[in-house]
Design a protein around this ligand. Structure first.
Ligand SMILES: C[S@@+](CC[C@H](N)C(=O)[O-])C[C@H]1O[C@@H](n2cnc3c(N)ncnc32)[C@H](O)[C@@H]1O
Length: 395
């Protein structure tokens, strides 16, 4: 096998140059842990709509190392089962496990503020590469990593062993944490969650930090950094945009079936004050999820190409359906969209109110979002504006 030390040093140098990698201990880890060990049997490269399988065995060693040390996320599993060694031609599918791009992995570990002696719980082992970086500094006994997919967990465990780390790779639902090894000083999730599970707070020592991507849309999600209090509560803020595959047990089932039938009976219809297309932007999408937690956004088009948009909340049996009449009313507000709403919750009234207040507040960035978590509720707010406050009660 080719020695990958030059690629590791090059990757560390690039990460440092880009300002992502700052801690000497983490630089040493990136320079030492061979990423290629964690990509076996292979990866799928995005070829504009199809996934090209590239395997470790059968690929020119230099080309394989070039792939392994790319700055990109490398997809390692599609549709919950397919690996690159099982196919030879490009395939279609949905990524369900990957080695996250090195800048995100390293940036998150830096944000986690890890110190020698800390005990870390990682949720979403994936390939095991990020766990290995932490093991290199903290020692294998101080890292516990939970992966929901047994085959992914087994491959990661083998890779970690090969790299010299007999760490705690647990197969299970990471949303439950791993109580047997608690308490932890740090919890890091490399899959997105709808909200921080209270079990993680219970398994973290007071003063400990939890880092996870929150939100359930494919974009419009934020990296939450939470400090645990000594009374079972936690305080946090969103440190920036972040995008990860959804935790499997919380993955949103796409709203399917005949959308016009599902929205046939509306309780109200009016001109939209805010066009639903603003939800194509990151922060409005994040705000919409705060105002209507559990809502899904669906984009569709009629056969003649007319744009359609829907917001569904299956749990609260409510919907908002939008049509673009084409003739803008000229006031530049809702841009000619009308909204029909049905069910007990007027979803667009709630989202529109939040978006209007956010606009009036000068469109603050996602990093302005703060939150407080108790066993019973999650409260989010943006400082200095009482209309930008949302409380999500649990049960
Ligand atoms: C983006 S990958 C992890 C990347 C990994 N840290 C790395 O860099 O190699 C996300 C992983 O989370 C796993 N996952 C999804 N839902 C999970 C859950 N509820 N508990 C634990 N793992 C989960 C997926 O199976 C997938 O392997």
């Amino acid at each position: 096998m080719n020695d990958s030390a030059p690629e590791r040093r090059r990757l560390a140098g690039l990460l440092a140059q880009n300002g992502v990698l700052t801690s000497p201990w983490l630089r040493a880890a990136v320079e030492t842990v061979p990423r290629e060990l964690f990509l076996r049997p292979g990866v799928f490269l995005d070829e504009g709509g199809a996934w090209l399988p590239v395997t470790a065995v059968g690929t020119d060693p230099a080309a394989w190392l070039k792939t392994a040390y790319s700055y990109d996320t490398l997809t390692t599993q599609l549709d919950g089962h397919l690996t690159a060694d099982q196919v030879s031609d490009p395939v279609r599918g949905v990524p369900t496990s990957s080695s996250t791009n090195p800048a995100t992995v390293v940036g998150m570990i830096e944000t986690l503020e890890v110190d020698a002696g800390h005990r870390v719980l990682e949720v979403g082992t994936g390939t095991g590469y990020s766990a290995a970086l932490m093991c290199h500094y903290l020692g294998e006994d101080n890292v516990t990593t939970v992966e929901v997919d047994p085959e992914v967990a087994a491959r990661a465990d083998t890779a970690l062993e090969t790299a010299g780390f007999s760490t705690w790779t647990v197969t299970g639902d990471g949303l439950l944490g791993h109580p047997r090894r608690a308490p932890y000083d740090r919890v890091i999730a490399t899959c997105a969650v709808r909200r921080i599970p209270h079990t993680w707070i219970r398994q973290t020592t007071p003063g400990g930090i939890i880092l996870a991507t929150v939100g359930s849309w494919g974009y419009g999600t934020g990296l939450a950094k939470v400090t645990v209090g000594d009374d079972g509560t936690a305080e946090g803020r969103i440190t920036g945009r972040s995008s990860f595959m959804q935790a499997r047990s919380q993955a949103v089932v796409p709203v399917s079936g005949d959308l016009s039938a599902r929205t046939a009976h509306a309780d109200s219809e009016r001109a939209a004050k805010v066009p639903p297309t603003v939800l194509d932007e990151w922060m409005p999408a994040f705000i919409a999820q705060l105002a209507a937690p559990g809502a899904h956004l669906v984009r569709a088009a009629r056969s003649d190409g007319t744009k359609l948009r829907y917001v569904f909340d299956p749990e609260r049996e409510s919907f908002a359906a939008f049509t673009l009449d084409g003739d803008s009313d000229g006031d530049g507000d809702g841009d000619g969209w009308s909204v029909r709403q049905g069910g007990p919750v007027a979803l667009w009234d709630d989202i529109e109110r939040a978006l209007t207040a956010w606009h009036a507040a000068g469109r603050p960035d996602i990093t302005a979002v703060r939150f407080h978590i108790t066993a019973r509720s999650h409260t989010y707010w943006i400082e200095g504006n009482p209309s930008l406050r949302w409380q999500h009660r649990l049960a």
